[in-house]
Design a protein around this ligand. Sequence first.
Ligand SMILES: [Zn+2]
Length: 361
Amino acid sequence: MLMGYIPTTRLKSIKNKAAQRRALANLFHSCMHKVFSPIETYGKTGIAMATGNGIWYHCHPILATFIGDYPEQTLVTCTLNGRCPKCLVPRDEIGSNTRFPSRNFAAAVNAFSLSDGDPTAFHAACRDASLKPTYHPFWEQLPFSNIFLSISPDILHQLHQGILKHVVHWVAQVESDEIDARCGCLLLNHNARHFQNGFTWLKRLTGQEHKDVSRILLGVVVDLTLPGLQSSARLARLVRAILDFIYLSQYPVHTTESLGDMDTALTQFHENKDVLIELGVRQHFNIPKLHSLLHYTRSIRHFGTADNYNTEQSERLHIDYAKKAFRATNFKNEYKQMTVYLERLEAIHQHAAFIDWCKGG
Ligand SMILES: [Zn+2]
């Protein structure tokens, strides 16, 4: 359900870039604070809520997970760009397979509680906690919540449009002509998209195209002839490991064993990634999205399988709730018209559901 629109202003009137960024972050947090304010009270006192089958329960609504792409994650958690929103990994260790302690929620709240006092002390406290100085983040007073823990895995942005995109790009840099030629040689098939001219030259692939590429990627990489006639076994192992991880993370049900397989696949990726440095494709692997994979199994244990918090659904709603609603207006003072449009649409859907229910007797 759409709760509100957040201003898209860039605050161009503020000329100093750093001050502009800070003001935008503060504006975002103050909007979110308004949206979440009922939770502050009802999370503690509870409120009566009905389930779909009409039974009333006394519920305590809390902020459980936050889904979004990396820039939104850093904005929400007030972390510095290039750092992990969930743990205290140093900037130059982001590409390693080492787990670091989680961010301390209590310490963050203590640092932000100084924002009304002396600015120097406040900035120093934020620096010590490696957080951006933000004026009272919206999650500061939310009961039973830990924003750092709440940042969830995101299959669309982190896997398909993130790591897989990187891997396709890296592999293409090693040997693009041969890979494209192999794609063209594949027989037509109902279960795999036919990239007649290959895929290494394609720019800006969609999530669906990345899914299609991942079906054939391993097949076209195996046994490649690498520069200097070296064996491509390690490259194939790297691609296989990352594909294993991507497919395992989408399981609708998980067991201890399948979660263990995810960690094993990730370890295999890290064990073989040096091949890309030797081939001159990469100098380092300090990519925040690659680091985020380390947090997947823990998040799945906490919040359930990753299909519960995939951004694919919410990205789709952006079309219905923002783009279509905007098109339904006369483009002048559009905000009010958009909300009226959505309210009417909702009423029509509810009435249609009611008529269907009546017809069913
Ligand atoms: Zn981390």
